[in-house]
Design a protein around this ligand. Structure first.
Ligand SMILES: Nc1ncnc2c1ncn2[C@@H]1O[C@H](COP(=O)(O)OP(=O)(O)OP(=O)(O)O)[C@@H](O)[C@H]1O
Length: 213
C-alpha cells in the first residue's frame, strides 16, 4: 500500500477540515486532487507528509505510520512556499538540504537544478530569485532524492509557460519510473493531461471525481 488513510479527521480552530477520510493508493500513478480554495487539499497533503497530525484516525505511507514526528520515507514534497535560506545560492540551498538528509551527491544536485531549468553555477542568493525561480527550486528539492511518493501542492504556481512544460515533463518522467505523484491543482489542463485518477475535496470529504485507469 502506497498511501493508506483510515478514518482521518482533522479539526482546526473548531472547523472540521478533514471529515473521516478513508483514502488508499495501491497502484503507482499520478493522482489529482481538485477542490475549491480552502476545501482542505493542502491540509490533506500535509497530513500525508506527517507535517500535520490527524485529530482522529491514522495515516500510513508505504506501510509505516506517519505523524507525531515520523515522516514518510522515499518521499518528496512541495508546498506553497518552499523555505530556503535567502542568502544562499540555489546550489548551496540544495546542498544544505541534501547534507541534512545525507544522501545526494553534488553532481546529482547540479543535474536536478538543470532539470527544472535553473543554472547550477548561478551564484546569486535565492532572495534575488523571482517567484517562479523559487518555485522551480522547490520542485528540484522535492525530486532530488528520487522519491517513490511525490506530493506536489500547486506546483505550477508562478511558473511561466516553459516552467509549466518542464514540470509536466518531470511529472511524466517520474510516473514512467514508477513514482506515485499526488498533485493538487486548479488548472484543468494539468489535471487532464497528467492524472490517471482525480479526486474532489469537498466539505471535508474526498471522493473519486474522474477515473481513467
Ligand atoms: N494552520 C491552520 N490553522 C487553522 N486553520 C487552517 C490552518 N491551515 C489551514 N487552515 C484552514 O483549513 C481550510 C483548508 O485549507 P487548505 O489550505 O487545506 O485549502 P486548499 O484546498 O489547499 O485551498 P487552496 O485551493 O486555496 O490552496 C481553510 O479553511 C484554512 O483556513
Amino acid at each position: 500500500m502506497i498511501v493508506e488513510m483510515v478514518n482521518v479527521t482533522k479539526d482546526m480552530k473548531g472547523h472540521k477540515i478533514l471529515n473521516g477520510i478513508n483514502f488508499t493508493i495501491e497502484t503507482p500513478g499520478v493522482y489529482g486532487v481538485v477542490g475549491r480554495n480552502g476545501s482542505g487539499k493542502s491540509v490533506l497533503f500535509k497530513t500525508i507528509a506527517g507535517l500535520l497530525q490527524p485529530t482522529i484516525g491514522n495515516v500510513k505511507v508505504f506501510g509505516e505510520l506517519v505523524g507525531k514526528g515520523s515522516f514518510p520515507k522515499d518521499f518528496g514534497a512541495l508546498f506553497d512556499t518552499p523555505g530556503f535560506v535567502p542568502r544562499y545560492s540555489a546550489l548551496d540551498n540544495l546542498k544544505l538540504l541534501a547534507s541534512i538528509k545525507g544522501v545526494v551527491k553534488e553532481e546529482e544536485i547540479r543535474e536536478v537544478i538543470k532539470v527544472v531549468g535553473l543554472e547550477p553555477d548561478d551564484r546569486r542568493p535565492v532572495r534575488k530569485y523571482s517567484l517562479g525561480m523559487k518555485q522551480r527550486l522547490g520542485i528540484a528539492q522535492a525530486i532530488m532524492e528520487h522519491p517513490k511518493l511525490l506530493v506536489l501542492d500547486e506546483p505550477m504556481n508562478g511558473l511561466d509557460e516553459s516552467g509549466v512544460q518542464e514540470v509536466r515533463k518531470v511529472i511524466n518522467e517520474f510516473k514512467s519510473e514508477g513514482t506515485t505523484v499526488l498533485l493538487a491543482s486548479h488548472n484543468r489542463e494539468d489535471i487532464e493531461l497528467l492524472c490517471d485518477q482525480v479526486y474532489l475535496m469537498e466539505q471535508g470529504e474526498l471522493r473519486v471525481f474522474r477515473e481513467d485507469v
